[in-house]
Design a protein around this ligand. Structure first.
Ligand code: FES
Length: 150
């Protein structure tokens, strides 16, 4: 199987069966992200245990890329510290925008590298990540307004 086929299968799988999708009661942070290009919105909710992301869930309606990216993101950051999640954001952001970026040790997140061939879809893939960063930087127990992707 070609690498591109493998990446496509990961995206399709996470779009069809998004992991950690749905409501999260008593969240410590809840942020709605907004993609101004298409009008799609998604909400990321976090439960923290000290400095660790104890639980994370998302909901909203978006395209296959945004849904798959959010699903992959929740799997990747659950159980990680704030700093680890923020550094993962940096790596994914580079992966989406820089042809020379390495996908070593990124596991299934490497599938997002296929998106950089379609610049218009980079905002779709990064929507949930920008939303997560805003949620992580929020003080605990605060519900924040929507953020837009850059
Ligand atoms: Fe709206 Fe992708 S088309 S998030």
């Amino acid at each position: 199987m070609e690498l591109n086929d493998l990446y496509r299968d990961v995206i399709l799988d996470h779009n069809r069966r998004p992991r950690n999708f749905g409501a999260l009661d008593a969240a410590d942070a809840s942020v709605e992200g907004f993609n101004p290009l298409c009008g799609d919105r998604l909400t990321v909710r976090l439960k923290m245990a000290g400095d660790k992301i104890a639980d994370i869930r998302f909901e909203g309606s978006g395209c296959a890329i945004s849904t798959a990216s959010a699903s992959l993101m929740t799997e990747a950051v659950k159980g990680r510290t704030r700093a680890e999640a923020l550094s993962l954001f940096d790596r994914v952001h580079r992966l989406l925008t820089d042809d020379a970026a390495s996908s070593d040790n990124l596991g299934k997140l490497a599938a997002l590298s296929g998106v950089r061939e379609f610049p218009a879809r980079v905002k779709c893939a990064s929507l949930c990540w920008h939303t997560l960063v805003t949620a992580l930087r929020a003080p605990d127990s605060q519900v924040l307004p929507a953020v837009t992707t850059e």
